[in-house]
Design a protein around this ligand. Structure first.
Ligand code: NAP
Length: 249
C-alpha cells in the first residue's frame, strides 16, 4: 500500500486522536496538531511510533492564519508533500439558548469551528491541488449532526458553525474536482470524547446516546474508520459527500 502524509487538526484527543492512530497503523506519516495539550499530543505520537509508524506533534491554533500556514509548512518539511488533511479541530461551549449567549462566545465558536476550518481547508487546497504543484489527495472535514438538528437550547451557534462546513464541503469539492482533490465531510453524532466535559456536561454523550436509535453513544474509533476510508484510495470516486456517523440519529 502506498504511504501517505496526513495532517490531522485537533489530533491530541478524541476523534482526531483515534484518526491519527488509525492513519499511523496504515503506515501513513501523521502530523498530530494540538492547541495546548502538549502531553496528550506527545502521547498520540508515542502510540504511533511505538507501533512502528511515523508521527510528529505540531502546536497551532487553527483560528490564527500564521499558525495554520506554519503548521502546514512543518508537516511537509517533516514528511514531504501532503496527501490528506483532516479538518477536525473544534469546540463547544455550555448549553444555553441563543438569548443568553455572549458575543464573545459566539465569536469564538465561529472563529474556531468555521473560520479555523476554512483556513485549514484553504491551506489544504493550496498544497494538494495539482494545478498548484500538489499531487492531489483528500480533504475530510469534520462537521456534526448538529448542522441538521439545529441544537436548540444547547448550542445553535455551534450548529450553524458546522452547517457552514457542510456548505464548504459541497462548494470546495466542485472547485477541486479537476485538481485531483476529493473533499468530503463526516457528521458525527454523540461520540464519547472530552468535548462534552469541555462544554460543561461530561455525561452528555452517555445520557443522550441512550435516546438514539442504537441506544448508545459512539466511540471515536467508529468515526475514525469512516474518516480513514475517505482519506484512502478506496474512496476514489467519492467527493462532495456528507456522511453521518451517528448511530442512526
Ligand atoms: P475533543 O475531544 O474535545 O478534542 C478537541 C481537539 O481539538 C483537541 O485535540 C484540541 O487540542 C483541539 N483544538 C481545540 N481548539 C483548537 C484550536 N483552536 N486549534 C487547534 N486545535 C484545537 O473533541 P472531539 O469530540 O474529538 O471533536 C472533534 C471534532 O468532532 C470537532 O470538530 C467536533 O465539533 C466534532 N464533533 C464531535 C462530536 C462528539 O460528540 N464528540 C459530535 C459531532 C462533531 P488540545 O488537546 O490541545 O486542547
Amino acid at each position: 500500500m502506498m504511504t501517505k502524509t496526513i495532517l490531522v487538526t485537533g489530533a491530541s484527543r478524541g476523534i482526531g486522536r483515534a484518526t491519527s492512530t488509525l492513519c499511523g497503523a496504515r503506515g501513513w506519516s501523521v502530523g498530530v496538531n494540538y492547541k495546548s495539550q502538549v502531553e496528550a499530543a506527545d502521547g498520540v505520537v508515542a502510540d504511533i511510533v511505538d507501533r512502528g509508524g511515523k508521527a510528529i506533534a505540531l502546536q497551532a491554533d487553527v483560528s490564527i492564519e500564521d499558525e495554520v500556514i506554519r503548521l502546514f509548512d512543518q508537516v511537509e518539511r517533516a514528511f514531504g508533500p501532503l496527501d490528506g488533511v483532516v479538518v477536525n479541530a473544534g469546540i463547544t461551549a455550555p448549553s444555553l439558548p441563543l438569548v443568553d449567549m455572549s458575543g464573545e462566545r459566539l465569536r469564538r465558536t465561529f472563529e474556531v469551528n468555521t473560520y479555523g476550518a476554512y483556513l485549514c481547508a484553504r491551506e489544504a487546497a493550496r498544497r494538494l491541488s495539482t494545478g498548484r504543484g500538489g499531487r492531489g489527495g483528500s480533504i475530510v472535514l469534520v462537521s456534526s449532526v448538529a448542522a441538521r438538528l439545529g441544537s436548540p437550547n444547547e448550542f445553535v451557534d455551534y450548529a450553524g458553525a458546522k452547517a457552514a462546513i457542510d456548505t464548504l464541503t459541497i462548494g470546495l469539492s466542485k472547485e477541486l474536482g479537476r485538481e485531483g482533490v476529493r473533499v468530503n465531510a463526516i457528521r458525527p453524532g454523540l461520540i464519547e470524547t472530552d468535548i462534552h466535559a469541555s462544554g460543561g456536561d461530561p455525561d452528555r454523550a452517555q445520557r443522550l446516546g441512550a435516546t438514539t436509535p442504537f441506544g448508545r453513544a459512539g466511540h471515536p474509533s467508529e468515526v475514525a474508520e469512516a474518516i480513514v476510508w475517505l482519506l484512502s484510495d478506496a474512496a476514489s470516486y467519492t467527493s462532495g459527500a456528507i456522511l453521518d456517523v451517528s448511530g442512526g440519529r
